[in-house]
Design a protein. Structure first.
Lengths: 307, 296
C-alpha cells in the first residue's frame, strides 16, 4: 500500500511538473510582450515598461526564467501581478477559500442529489419514478450552469425574494450558486449510479444475500451500493474538475469573489502571472483530488490490492 | 405453398453474417428516445442553417422604436435593448453555436486520433511523450484549459473553436491509443505487415476503419460538451464579440436585465439546453447501439 502511494505521488509530481511547464510555455508563447500588452491600455512609457520587465525578470533569457519559475513555484512564490504589483500567492490565498467553499458545497449537493436520484431510479427500474429520475438527470447534464443560475435568480431572488441574487457571506448566499454548480454533476452521478446499480442488482451475490434472509435495506446498502459505488467515486473525482472549472462561471453569474473571478479578470486585463498562478493552483487541487480518489478504492473494495 | 417457397428462398440470406453497422442501425432504430433526440437536433440544425432566409428581421439591425419589447406576434421572442429581434438573433446565433460545437469536435477528434494512433502503433518514445502530454492535459479541468488557451490566443470565436478543440484532444488520444494497441496484435495487421505495408498505410487503410465507430460515438457525446464549453466562454465575454449573435454571448448581454426583460435570457438558454439535450439523448442511444460495453 505504502509503495503504491509513493509511486502514485511520484506520478502526480511528474504530472504537476508537466502542468507547470505547459503553463509557463503557454504564457511565454504569447506573441508580443505581456507588460507592453498590459500597459497598452494605460499607455505606460518605455521606461516604465523596461522597469516592470526587469522587476518581473522578463528581460532574462527564457531558460533562466523557466528555472527561476520552477524554483520559485517550489518555494510557493508565484510571482507578482503586473496590474496590482501584489504577490500572486497572496491574491490567490485571499480568493481561494471562497472558491473551495463553493466547489465543496456544489460537490455535497451533487453527491446528495445524484446518489438519491440514481439509487431510486435503479430500485424503481422501468417505472414512472425511474423515467422521472432519468429525465431530471439528463436535463441536469444538458443545462448550461450559467442559464440555470440566471433562471434561479429570476425565480428565487427577483420574483419570490427568498434568496439573495448576488454576494456571499452566509448559507443563504451559498445555496443558489452551490445548487447551480452541483445540479449538472448530480445528473452525471445519477446516470452512472443507476447503470452500475442495475448491473449489481442482477448479480448472484445479491440473490445469495436475500436468500440468507437479510433485510432488503441491508441487501441494497451493504451488498449493492458498496459495489456500485466504485465507478461513482471515480466519476466524483472527475466531477471535482468540472466543479472547479464551473466555479469560474458560477462566480461570474452570482458576482461572488473567488479564484474564478480572479482568473477571468486577469485574462481580460492580460495579467499573466495571475492567470498562470490561478491555473496552476486549480490543476494542483484537481490532481490531488484524483490521487485521493485512487487511494480510496481500497477502502471501498477490499478486493482491490495496491501492487 | 408460395409462402413456404418464399421462406425457403429467403432463408440463406437470413443466416448471412450482418455487418456491425447494420446491427447498430437496427438497434438504434428501436430506440425511440435516440430517434427523437436525432429528430430534434436535425430540426434545430435545419432551422439555424436556414436562418438567413427565414428570420423575420435582420439579427444585427438596431431599431430605436422597438427597445426592449416583450414577446408579441410581431416579435415572438421579444427584442433587446437595441431593438433587435431576439427570434432572429437566436436562430442566427444557433448557426455560430452549432458550428463552434461541430468544428471544435472535428479538431479534437482529428488531433486526438492522429496522436493516439501514433502512440499506440509505434509505442516506445513516441508513446511515452504523447501520453505524458495527454496526462498533463487531463490534469486541467476542461473549461479551465479552454480558458487558458483563449487567454493566450485572445478573445474571439475562432480562438474559442481552437481552444475547445485542443481541450478535447486528450479523450480521443486515449481512446484511439487503446484501440490501436488491441488491433496491433490482430491477424489482419500482422498480415498487412508481412506483405510489406508501410506503417502509415496499415494505420490508414487497415486500422482506421475499425476506429471509426468508437470515435464517432465519442464525437457525438462531445458535441454537447463542446457547445456548453464554447457558450460558457462566450458568456464570460471571451467568445463571440458584439454585435455577433451567439447563444452564450446573448445570455451575457441579457443578464443585466433579468427582471426588466427575462426573455433576453430565457430563449437563447432554452435553445442551448434543447440542443445539448437532443445531442446527449441521441449520443447515448448511438453508444448503446454501437458498443453496449461503453455504457457509463
Amino acid at each position: 500500500m505504502l509503495k503504491y502511494i509513493v509511486r502514485r505521488l511520484m506520478v502526480s509530481l511528474v504530472v504537476l511538473w508537466g502542468v507547470s511547464t505547459l503553463v509557463f510555455g503557454m504564457m511565454h508563447a504569447l506573441p508580443g510582450d505581456p507588460v507592453e500588452l498590459m500597459l497598452s491600455r494605460s499607455g505606460g512609457s518605455a521606461a516604465t515598461i523596461a522597469s516592470i520587465r526587469q522587476q518581473l525578470g522578463l528581460d532574462l533569457p527564457l531558460y533562466v526564467q523557466y528555472v527561476r519559475f520552477l524554483g520559485n513555484t517550489l518555494h510557493g512564490d508565484l510571482g507578482r501581478s503586473i496590474s496590482t504589483g501584489m504577490k500572486v500567492t497572496d491574491m490567490i490565498a485571499s480568493q481561494f477559500p471562497a472558491t473551495l467553499e463553493l466547489a465543496g458545497a456544489g460537490m455535497l449537493i451533487a453527491l446528495a442529489l445524484g446518489l438519491t436520484l440514481g439509487m431510486i431510479a435503479a430500485l424503481k427500474h422501468n417505472s414512472w419514478v425511474d423515467n422521472l429520475c432519468v429525465v431530471i438527470s439528463v436535463i441536469g447534464v444538458s443545462m448550461p450552469i450559467f442559464w440555470l443560475g440566471l433562471l434561479l435568480i429570476q425565480i428565487f431572488a427577483a420574483y419570490l425574494h427568498w434568496l439573495p441574487a448576488t454576494g456571499e457571506g452566509d448559507l443563504k448566499h451559498l445555496l443558489m450558486p452551490a445548487l447551480v454548480l452541483g445540479f449538472s454533476s448530480a445528473g452525471s452521478i445519477a446516470r452512472l449510479l443507476r447503470a452500475t446499480m442495475l448491473d449489481v442488482l442482477g448479480q448472484d451475490y445479491m440473490r445469495t444475500a436475500r436468500a440468507k434472509g437479510l433485510s432488503e435495506k441491508l441487501v441494497v446498502l451493504r451488498h449493492g451500493a458498496r459495489n456500485a459505488l466504485i465507478p461513482v467515486v471515480t466519476m466524483a473525482g472527475m466531477q471535482a474538475g468540472f466543479l472547479l472549472g464551473g466555479t469560474v462561471v458560477t462566480e461570474t453569474v452570482f458576482s461572488r469573489r473567488g479564484l474564478g473571478q480572479l482568473t477571468i479578470n486577469a485574462i481580460l486585463w492580460k495579467d499573466f502571472p495571475v492567470v498562470q498562478g490561478a491555473v496552476l493552483v486549480i490543476a494542483l487541487v484537481y490532481v490531488l483530488v484524483n490521487l485521493l480518489v485512487d487511494l480510496s478504492y481500497g477502502l471501498l473494495d477490499p478486493r482491490i490490492r495496491y501492487e | 405453398m408460395s409462402s413456404i417457397g418464399d421462406s425457403l428462398q429467403e432463408s440463406p440470406a437470413r443466416h448471412l453474417p450482418r455487418s456491425p453497422w447494420l446491427l447498430a442501425a437496427n438497434q438504434l432504430r428501436r430506440n425511440r428516445g435516440a430517434l427523437i433526440g436525432l429528430a430534434v437536433f436535425l430540426l434545430l440544425l435545419t432551422l439555424t442553417l436556414l436562418s438567413p432566409f427565414i428570420t423575420p428581421y435582420d439579427p444585427v439591425k438596431m431599431s430605436a422604436t422597438d427597445y426592449l419589447k416583450a414577446p408579441s406576434a410581431a416579435h415572438p421572442f421579444g427584442t433587446d435593448r437595441y431593438g433587435r429581434d431576439i427570434l432572429s438573433r437566436t436562430l442566427a446565433g444557433g448557426r455560430i453555436s452549432l458550428a463552434v460545437g461541430l468544428v471544435s469536435v472535428v479538431i479534437a477528434a482529428l488531433g486526438g486520433t492522429v496522436l493516439g494512433a501514433v502512440a499506440g502503433y509505434f509505442g516506445g518514445l513516441a508513446d511515452g511523450v504523447i501520453m505524458r502530454l495527454v496526462d498533463v492535459l487531463l490534469a486541467f479541468p476542461g473549461l479551465l484549459l479552454a480558458l487558458g488557451i483563449v487567454a493566450l490566443l485572445g478573445p474571439g470565436i475562432n480562438n474559442v473553436i481552437l481552444a475547445v478543440g485542443i481541450s478535447g484532444v486528450s479523450g480521443y488520444a486515449r481512446l484511439v491509443r487503446s484501440c490501436v494497441l488491441a488491433a496491433r496484435e490482430e491477424l489482419y495487421v500482422e498480415a498487412a505487415r508481412a506483405t510489406g505495408c508501410h506503417a502509415s498505410r496499415i494505420l490508414w487503410r487497415h486500422m482506421l476503419p475499425n476506429l471509426v465507430g468508437p470515435v464517432i460515438v465519442l464525437s457525438t457525446l462531445d458535441i454537447a460538451w463542446a457547445i456548453l464549453t464554447a457558450s460558457s466562454l462566450s458568456f464570460l465575454g471571451l467568445g463571440a464579440q458584439p454585435p455577433t449573435p451567439e447563444w452564450g454571448a446573448m445570455l451575457n448581454e441579457g443578464r443585466g436585465l433579468l427582471v426588466e426583460a427575462p426573455w433576453l435570457t430565457i430563449f437563447p438558454g432554452l435553445m442551448i439546453m434543447l440542443t445539448v439535450l437532443s445531442v446527449n439523448v441521441f449520443g447515448d442511444g448511438l453508444r448503446d447501439a454501437v458498443d453496449p460495453r461503453m455504457r457509463g
